[in-house]
Design a binder for this molecule. Sequence first.
Ligand code: FES
Ligand code: CO
Length: 355
Amino acid sequence: MIERQLWHPVVASLQVRDAPLACTLLGEPLVLWREPRHEGEAGRVHAWADRCPHRGAQLSLGRVLLHVRGARLECPYHGWQLAGDEAAAQDAPVSVGRCVHVPADPAFVPPVGHSATVFEAQERYGLVWVRLSPPGPELPGPLNEVPLFEQGSDRAWRQVLCGPYGLQTSAPRLVENFLDLSHFGFVHEGWLGERSHAQVQTGQVLEQAEGLIASDCRAWQPRAYAGASACGTEGAWVAYRYAVPHPFAAVLRKDAALGDPVSNAIALFIRPDTDQSCTAWFAMATLGDSASDEALRAFQDAVFAQDRPVVESQMPKRLPIGRERPASEVHSPADRMSGAYRRYLSRLGISLGVT
Ligand code: FES
Ligand code: CO
């Protein structure tokens, strides 16, 4: 399954604190845990299968220990200790996940096979990302670059994470909604569009192996909304640029223009939970917006609440990407980006959440 070879967001970084946390990715129960802070630095996050190699108890019910050699995860059942990053220990470094102590027999030296199943984990954009299998050669890099959201890439840009939003539809349905300009005048009337100005410009769509880019997309906005702040009372054409760097992620960018001092970028990141359900976050980066973080979140929550009933009503919940005959959905020229997105999923061999 190609989806196992992609990086997926699982929870917000801030949620992984002192105690282990259970979550599920693509049907795989995971335990996330963070090594205690060290010299002011937040400790490394680990993502392992949520199952003790001894008798199968859930490791997420255990606790994090700080041993002199490094941080360990202790199983709730018989107290076996599984190593975090103990490679720093000079004598006999051990691999991550390996059992290093069995309290019922302290003299026992557990062999290599006495290990938790360890997955790759990294933190980016305020989220913990996990990859379940090593990558196949034909897939794009970890996340591709979304430089505006990189820590410290440009301090003038403020970052705000919104979500999580649990949704009863597939991840591809939600990505397609995010790329869709022509619903603004109806679903977001008075906010992002107006039904009397429903015409859109779909711009140029560049289809590359590693993702999609659409530039010069234009929609009419009633009050040139930018994040949570309404700039000006006149409507205006607003230009957007979209990128799809990952099958279940998309980035929207709007640059400051005449009479509108705000630039912003919104990245949609999705954890695919099942074929027909997912969890989403919006990572926002804004420049020149005086609205508070809370106001930006409230705006995003309100917009998402407008999308939710429509997107959850779409049938089938899996996105038809053109494999079925006869085709179950029809298109208009304004759907150019969605057509490109469907072809992209098909090219990558995505099977989760599509039909
Ligand atoms: Fe984990 Fe026994 S089941 S220590
Ligand atoms: Co919408």
